[in-house]
Design a protein around this ligand. Sequence first.
Ligand SMILES: Cc1ncc(COP(=O)(O)O)c(C=O)c1O
Length: 367
Amino acid sequence: MSTDIRRIDLTRDYEAHREEYRQAIEAVCREAAFSGGKYADAFDREFAAYVGTPYACGVNNGTSALHLAMLALGVGPGDEVIVPANTYIATAWGVSYTGAVPVFVDCTADTWELDTSLLERSVTPRTKGILGVHLYGQPFDYAGAREVADRHGLFVAEDCAQAHGARFGGRNVGTLGDVACFSFYPGKNLYAFGEGGSVTCKEEAYYRHMTRLKNQGCDVAYHHDEIGYNYRLEGLQGAVLSVSLRYLPRWTARRQEIGRRYEREIVNPLIQMQAHPAGTEPVYHLFVVQMEERDRFIRYMAEAGVECHRHYPVPCHLQKAYAHLGHRRGDCPNAERLADRCVTLPLFPEMREEEVARVIELCNRFR
Ligand SMILES: Cc1ncc(COP(=O)(O)O)c(C=O)c1O
């Protein structure tokens, strides 16, 4: 069985911009600016300008970004941080690495994002903040989260790993919360040729603290003021990301074009799509749909040469790693239902019109 349409194909980007990427990599090698350094710093400045925040702290991946963000916000043992049950597990890791406990909250039945109407009942005297996720590129209800946070003196942090360039109420994600975490894992809307991440923030103190923590706890070389980490962004990744960042607005527009076309033209009562509330501008990182016969659909698409995927088959609260928290099926029914029914259709900026049309046609023919 050959795959004619892959869920994502990064080789097309490399082929289209090969010379620019090679020159960027060559410049880093010539100067041996490999760990942090000039190219990583330049990317931080460019990314901060793109997001619209004073600071961007480049790190070695999005999971480290989440960990540093939690540390900067003072999260530690004995604390609780509210996170959605429907997310990639790394959101929860960021909390767990500090010794705090992630408190999982269900998603809504239609947006599949954090249900902010459930937040109030999850707040306890131990709650330190809310870590929301703009999952699949769709902004979560930031205003709803902020309202609860303000009432209880909590922080709101954003996990923007899947949402570079998305907007909520006319504002870019990454500028909304106290801190915001990005991933540049290959396949993300903006991606490194390896691993990368960033934390954006407005507070200089957070930025300085995270810069020290990612750099082995040093402000001055070999003077370790606190226990730190090696979470630096590599120079090669910074240089590659600076090239890609120039194309991100174009890639985002193309993702939106394909996503909106799927939404308009896939008409099949068996397939349910994600709702996009007014005032949100999604960037279609993943085009996830729900259906009863998910496995049969994935087989049907594979037989037709189209690769689909599942994001994510097990919600966070039911992962074995969190068995000690004592969750059961039924605790987050919307997230569980989604995990059982989700399918991700191919969507990436370099998709050709005939590939988009083929996916639509197959979806519409599925019975
Ligand atoms: C929502 C979310 N949060 C965090 C991460 C972690 O990022 P990384 O893989 O760069 O560590 C990812 C991506 O994998 C993600 O999708």
